[in-house]
Design a binder for this molecule. Structure first.
Ligand code: NAI
Length: 331
């Protein structure tokens, strides 16, 4: 039998946490033959709710779940973890300045970076979900210098999946037949959902999305804004932000990273830029990646047209500004 993998979920008493932990315990994240031990962290005001989640995990009698640690102590939460999904953060409240929210999250991610660096298992893979996801991941990277850059990522897979979903709805095809969309940049409304290399499996073979949709006005307009603003549309409808889709996409992100992407398929991940596609090095930026043997690799050599270039640069610009704001909170 396989050794259990220890998976940390921070903010585990929150909405995404509540959707995510049962998925992990069912094997959705790491596979149906992989036992897991869940480490759940939240803050003291949520301790009682967190304990309630732990009770429900016991009650669900998940065969793969070999243990649960529920704690408000970051060191206990981080000890020995192989995968860390960082969902906890400080939400923007009405009337708050951007800088104030950034400052709260910078201090949370600085502290949690140290706890992970000192106590996580070697080669721990980190996924930051909490917003501002890219910049929180960057702060985590900066304050956990012994964790390799390659092990720190942020979630843009939800945006990627949203783009697949929109194409599938538009063409009335199975979402599993659509692939190779790209989310470039920030997990914010400046992100660029790119379909220039996306394809659909049809009875007549693989066809480009641009050929099948045959409506550049929609692809260059409404499609992009729908994906960019989907988070806001969910909040408007549910009065709460996306949770089940965020949790499911977080599982997709880790599963593909650990177990590999299918041949010929790429996915989007926010990763530390090495300057590929002339994206400034040193930002956490969403790129198309393939994964193999537990490592991601940016897909190289895709042709970028002028329309795409402008949008890729605009979202990079926003990330540079966020980075500067985050650094100004440190001093
Ligand atoms: P929520 O407010 O329901 O849950 C957040 C939880 O984090 C709460 O239980 C809170 O007590 C906890 N928390 C706060 N500070 C903490 C700390 N220092 N350590 C540990 N836990 C802490 O929020 P929800 O809906 O679950 O969303 C979580 C985050 O994910 C938000 O920042 C949200 O903006 C972000 N998000 C990101 C998405 C993405 O695609 N990257 C998609 C959807 C949400």
């Amino acid at each position: 039998a396989k050794e259990p993998v220890r998976v940390l979920v921070t903010g585990a008493a929150g909405q995404i946490g509540y959707a995510l932990v049962p998925m992990i315990a069912r094997g959705v994240m790491l596979g149906a033959d992989q036992p897991v031990i869940l480490h759940m962290l939240d803050i003291p005001p949520a301790a009682e709710a967190l304990n309630g989640v732990k009770m429900e995990l016991v009650d669900a009698a998940f065969p793969l779940l070999k243990g649960v640690v529920a704690t408000t102590d970051a060191v206990e939460a981080c000890t020995g973890v192989n995968v860390a999904v960082m969902v906890g953060g400080f939400p923007r409240k009405e009337g708050m300045e951007r800088k104030d929210v950034m400052s709260k999250n910078v201090s949370i991610y600085k502290a949690q970076a140290s706890a992970l660096e000192k106590h996580a298992a070697a080669n721990c893979k980190v996924l930051v979900v909490a917003n501002p996801a890219n910049t929180n991941a960057l702060i985590l990277k900066e304050f956990a210098p012994s964790i390799p850059d390659k092990n720190i990522s942020c979630l843009t897979r939800l945006d990627h999946n949203r783009a697949l979903g929109q194409i599938s709805e538009r063409l009335n095809v199975q979402v599993s037949d659509v692939k190779n969309v790209i989310i470039w940049g920030n997990h914010s409304s400046s992100q660029y959902p790119d379909v220039n290399h996306a394809t659909v499996k049809t009875p007549a073979g693989e066809k480009p999305v641009r050929e099948l949709v045959a409506n550049d006005e929609w692809l260059n307009g409404e499609f992009i804004t729908t994906v960019q603003q989907r988070g806001a549309a969910i909040i408007k409808a549910r009065k709460l932000s996306s949770a089940l889709s965020a949790a499911s996409s977080a599982c997709d992100h880790i599963r593909d990273w650990v177990l590999g992407t299918p041949e010929g398929t790429w996915v989007s991940m926010g990763v530390y830029s090495d300057g590929s596609y002339n994206v400034p090095a040193g930002l956490i930026y969403s790129f198309p990646v393939t994964c193999k043997n537990g490592e991601w690799c940016i897909v190289q050599g895709l042709p970028i047209d002028e329309f795409s270039r402008k949008k890729m640069d605009a979202t990079a610009e926003e990330l540079s500004e966020e980075k500067a704001l985050a650094y100004s909170c440190l001093s």
